[in-house]
Design a protein around this ligand. Sequence first.
Ligand SMILES: Cc1cc2nc3c(=O)[nH]c(=O)nc-3n(C[C@H](O)[C@H](O)[C@H](O)COP(=O)(O)O)c2cc1C
Length: 210
Amino acid sequence: MHDIIRDLNWRYATKKYDSSKKIKKNDLEIIKESLRLVPSSYGLQPLKFIIVNSTELREKLKPISYNQSQITDASHLIIICSYININTSHVDDYLSSILRTRDIAINEIEAFGNSMKTTIDKMKNEEKYKWNKNQAYIALGQLIHTCASLRIDATPMEGFNAKEYDKLLNLSDQNLSASLVVPIGYRHKEDKVQFAKKVRKSQDDLFITL
Ligand SMILES: Cc1cc2nc3c(=O)[nH]c(=O)nc-3n(C[C@H](O)[C@H](O)[C@H](O)COP(=O)(O)O)c2cc1C
């Protein structure tokens, strides 16, 4: 079996974490770099990743996450936040970053910049947030796979009250909203779900070959 398939079969949405086991600093750095390298529409990266270390804060987040025990028991808690709004100044920052990184002339990317600005200008505010939130799911997929390769457990979570998160963490003032929550760490030996067979559709059901 290929390593990728082995990793993907090893992982599962962990329900119970062993709170005594902590992720090593080196592994956390790999996870952070993996999130930095996440692709996004146009490359705009309208995301922030909050790593909540504070136990006190995690205790407060638990009741606004349907009391899911992973919030407090996992080694680390990552909140994937999306920008609420995105505008031409974000595009300009991005264009400057391209110029700096690739050492090219502005005229080489002017058309690209204008096309991004036109697309964004046409969007209503709700559409912008929806677009930015879509980028969070790309980060989620990459995060889960990276963790699985490192034999670190992860739980993708939509089961939380985003409005309450935004309020508690003062996110709106920073043009952010909590899109997804991902506890990461090590499965508890008593988590029965780890022994359950994966339930997935067959390839015949999933693929259409034309
Ligand atoms: C976007 C998303 C949100 C999810 N939210 C939760 C959640 O709040 N709590 C939870 O325990 N599992 C959550 N899950 C886990 C799914 O139930 C799980 O991935 C699915 O049943 C497949 O099982 P597996 O990941 O163990 O293979 C979520 C998964 C995804 C992708």
